[in-house]
Design a binder for this molecule. Structure first.
Ligand code: FES
Length: 179
């Protein structure tokens, strides 16, 4: 993914910047209902999520109610409504992972991070989403953290992964303070 507008603190554009970018992109779409899904896909592809302001802009462009745009967007689980974290966590709930306790792994990540499936921590460090089979069922249950496959997941590994990132962040903070 790349941006042609300036990025905010967390590596994503600030919402006003994002909305300006969306306004430009909307010009290339017809204002009929058939454009709704392609527009939402385009925005998410470019900006990684659909903000409330983005949904309102899409509604205005198409001349329909924001609630209708929201209703369609939430019908498809391909769309996300929170910015992704710096460390995206994807928990596989495909059949093989599900029967080996993938849902318990998801619950553990949710509890440890204090967010639900589809959410992002307030500091934007982590986001969680459930995904379908990621193609390595022999390692079930599987999570993908920062694009790295974590096989044979267990609750203790969930804790270890999060702790590893926290230690790394503390180390970076200390190094920054020394400068
Ligand atoms: S079902 Fe999880 S990797 Fe295939």
């Amino acid at each position: 993914m790349n941006y042609d507008i300036s990025e905010g603190e967390a590596g994503l554009p600030d919402e006003p910047e994002m909305l300006r970018g969306i306004a430009v992109r909307l010009k290339s779409f017809n204002n009929d209902r058939g454009s709704l899904i392609p527009i939402l896909q385009d925005i998410q592809d470019k900006f990684l999520y659909l903000s409330p302001g983005a949904l309102v802009m899409v509604a205005e462009h198409l001349g329909i109610a924001p609630s209708e745009v929201y209703g369609v967007a939430t019908f498809y689980n391909q769309f996300r409504f929170h910015p992704p974290g710096r460390h995206p966590v994807k928990v596989c709930l495909g059949t093989a992972c599900h029967v080996r306790g993938g849902d318990i792994i998801l619950e553990n990540f949710e509890r440890k991070l204090g967010i639900s499936d589809g959410g992002t921590t307030p500091d934007r460090e982590f986001s969680i989403e459930r995904v379908a089979c990621v193609g390595c069922c022999a390692l079930a249950p599987v999570a993908v953290v920062d694009e790295s496959i974590q096989g044979h997941m267990a609750p203790s590994k969930v804790e270890g992964i999060i702790l590893g990132f926290q230690i790394e962040r503390d180390k970076l903070d200390r190094e920054r303070q020394k400068k």
